[in-house]
Design a protein. Sequence first.
Length: 364
Amino acid sequence: MRRTGKASDLSKRAGATMTLLAAVVLLIWAVVQGGPSGAVGGGGTGQGGAAAGADVGRSASEQPAGDRVVPELSGASREQKSSVRIASWNIEWLGNPDERSGASRGVAQDPSRLAEAIRRSQASVLALQEISPTASVDPPRSRELDAIVRALGPADRWRYVLFPSRSGDQFTGFLWDSARLDAVEEAGELAWRVPVPARRSSQGSGLWVRPPYAMKFSAGTGRTDFVLINVHMKADYRGDFAVQRDEEASTLASLLADVRRVFQDADIAILGDTNMVSATEPAGERWRRAGLRDLNDRSVPTHWREGAMDRIFVGDQPEFASSTFKVIDHTSVQSSPITPSEFKHQYSDHFLVWTTIELRADDD
């Protein structure tokens, strides 16, 4: 009888143990299954809040006019990186191929090919020049950029804004990856038109026909934020137009304190198609005297034929200490090199240029 009692006790204990183990297994299973659905920002992919109100991936006709709200991603949902790449690209008359030059006239660029070049650069934000708007809405839209956004994917991740020029064409703009960076509104506006004067230069033509615009981007709460100023300066490479670029650079340099005040941030970079063929141009010297460093001080070619027109100027903040100048050109835009003429025909007369900003705790 004792043996039977002991066996019965052991059986009961074994049963209880098995029941407890089963409960633990079920609990672990429930946690594992429930984890992703409870991830901050949704999806657990770093895209988080980008879904709400995101319209960039839609065609221009589907865009609600005036929608400039950019949902923020929480710091918990964004993948933590040690650096971010900023870039600039003049995409020769995107949306208006009949204005392209030479053998490229009338040849429309393939948005998927342009998207692949952007993907190769690994840039999180790009300053764009020579964008022709293709939809009469506010804010301006571009069918070509809509297609690039869809090609970059996933849906609703990439955003852009366009800025008008005084000529009515050749808009500038910013394109950014909202999974990596937040666009920060100031006074209810996503971008600020730097108030350069609308007057004629000493050479007789208009200053800043394509006005500079500034936007602030943040890597997340408590992390690096910075202001980018997108420029597209006077073209032509004769000496008198270098004088006009100097006047444009002078007016912008005089307003940098206002940019810092408006955005309450000292981390500023100027980037774009400066049309300065040489690092020794007076315009560049103006910005150097204003405390900025020309990353393309060796005048690395950024044009398929005519020199180093595209530049990135940065301040002396720690975020820019290791920034160097890089180019996606005919040798690196595809898996195998192509000729400069092929780059011009398929992409643009300008190469894509980029640099890196270190991400750290926000210091301003």
